[in-house]
Design a protein. Structure first.
Length: 40
């Protein structure tokens, strides 16, 4: 039981971190692309 819930928690945390990481990378990438386009 404890193992299963621990696994579920880890899965949830991994998913949340992955989503957050993806959003942050997307925001940074957008800023880089916009600033790069502005400099051209």
């Amino acid at each position: 039981m404890a193992e299963a819930s621990g696994s579920e928690i880890k899965k949830t945390i991994a998913t949340s971190l992955g989503t957050t990481f993806g959003i942050v990378i997307g925001m940074i990438w957008t800023q880089v692309v916009l600033s790069g386009a502005a400099h051209k």
